[in-house]
Ligand binder design. Structure first.
Ligand SMILES: NC(=O)c1ccc[n+]([C@@H]2O[C@H](COP(=O)([O-])OP(=O)(O)OC[C@H]3O[C@@H](n4cnc5c(N)ncnc54)[C@H](O)[C@@H]3O)[C@@H](O)[C@H]2O)c1
Length: 353
């Protein structure tokens, strides 16, 4: 990747990670593995089997977005100190996006930075959060408010870890994959449409193809814009709407994937109103989302509340809302001229009484 290249190892077996590390990390080096209990039960033994030449210490914290905060960072820091982790040490994040963001922020800040590896175990983490070098914790004033660009040494992606992922968690990653298809890979969109049933049945070869293509879109975009100065904004497709929705609902009763899904539906609606895409393309987007059990409508909030929340989006620039819209399936662009009337209309189309 531009500036800070690192390998993204796909279909890599957890137990083989040691062979990869031996090339760059001395035997005997301290490795702190950060994870969550459920993931440890499922996968830690396999990971540890490949790390016998190192001094490994495992630390865990409870699952949940609410754990991604400064208190938990401090507790993990205390455990790292108790282990005696020094500047030569390495931190491995074994888990989903919460583990990756928190362990990554710990790695970025502990002793001003220690080496870090991502071992993503959710679909969202494999196609999205482990790639691009962003790490963060939340603050009461905002999600991911304290963060850094801190690329890992490598991303070690073992597709087999997804076998145990609950379907609702898979849906969060599918929403991001559909986003990647809409903004950057028409063939991926066609592929998702064609293999809906196989994807729902989790057929291995189809998932491998889907994940690899989804990752390729993210890699292409973040490689062009490592520090989020330009094209990386395209990854925000559906998210300015989704974040507004999650925030208006107080982050309860709606998953991130559901927010993104409704956001993608709303973005398609505006794009159609403006003549960027045809009604048939909007329909394809809505149908694909619904095929995976993702919503395209919401109730319990008003369009007015949602528009207000959009004004607070941290991705807005110079007081203007930056809205990413599809201009065809497979391509998106950033717009700064969407009027509040247009946005209200888009919200009215997705909000049902
Ligand atoms: N850094 C970035 O660029 C970036 C991008 C997108 C999202 N994120 C962040 O990612 C986080 C969401 O990540 P997520 O969706 O992976 O959620 P998550 O990390 O909370 O994981 C979801 C649940 O799945 C469990 N789990 C993980 N792997 C499992 C497996 N293989 N089998 C069974 N259960 C498993 C976890 O323990 C957890 O309970 C958010 O905090 C978000 O802000 C970061």
């Amino acid at each position: 990747m531009a500036g800070h290249p690192y390998p993204i190892c796909l279909d890599a077996k957890l137990e083989d990670i040691g062979k990869h590390l031996q090339r760059t990390i001395q035997p005997g080096t301290q490795i702190l593995v950060v994870s969550q209990e459920k993931i440890v039960e499922l996968y830690f033994q396999r990971l540890a089997a490949g790390l016998r030449e190192y001094q490994v210490q495992l630390v865990t914290f409870p699952a949940g977005e609410e754990e991604k905060n400064l208190n938990r960072l401090q507790a993990l820091t205390t455990e790292a100190v108790a282990f005696g982790l020094n500047r030569e040490g390495v931190i491995i994040a074994l888990g989903g996006g919460v583990v990756g963001d928190l362990a990554g922020f710990l790695a970025a800040t502990y002793m001003r930075g220690v080496r870090f590896l991502q071992v993503p175990t959710t679909l969202l983490a494999q196609v999205d959060s482990s790639i691009g070098g962003k790490v963060a914790v939340n603050h009461p004033a905002g999600k991911n408010l304290l963060g850094a660009f801190y690329p890992p040494l490598a991303v070690w992606t073992d597709f087999s870890t997804l076998d145990t992922l609950p379907w609702e968690e898979a849906q969060n990653g599918l929403a991001e994959t559909i986003k990647h298809a809409i903004l950057g890979d028409q063939e991926l969109f066609d592929f998702l449409e064609k293999y809906v049933e196989q994807i729902k049945k989790r057929e291995g070869s189809i998932w491998r193809e889907m994940i690899s293509r989804s990752i390729a879109v993210k890699v292409r975009i973040v490689s062009e814009d490592e520090k989020e100065k330009g094209t990386r904004a395209l990854l925000n497709l559906g998210h300015s709407f989704g974040h507004a929705l999650e925030s208006a609902m107080g982050y309860t009763g709606i998953t991130h994937g559901q927010g993104v899904s409704i956001g993608l539906a709303a973005a398609a609606n505006i794009a159609q109103q403006r003549g960027h895409i045809k009604s048939q393309e909007t329909q394809r987007i809505h149908t694909l989302l619904r095929d995976f059990g993702l919503p395209v409508n919401i109730s319990g909030v008003t369009p007015e509340q949602l528009l207000l929340k959009m004004g607070a989006d941290k991705k807005n620039r110079e007081g203007k809302k930056v809205i990413i819209l599809p201009v065809r399936i497979g391509r998106a662009m950033a717009f700064r001229d969407c009027s509040d009337d247009e946005l209200m209309q888009a919200w009215r189309e997705v909000v049902v009484c």
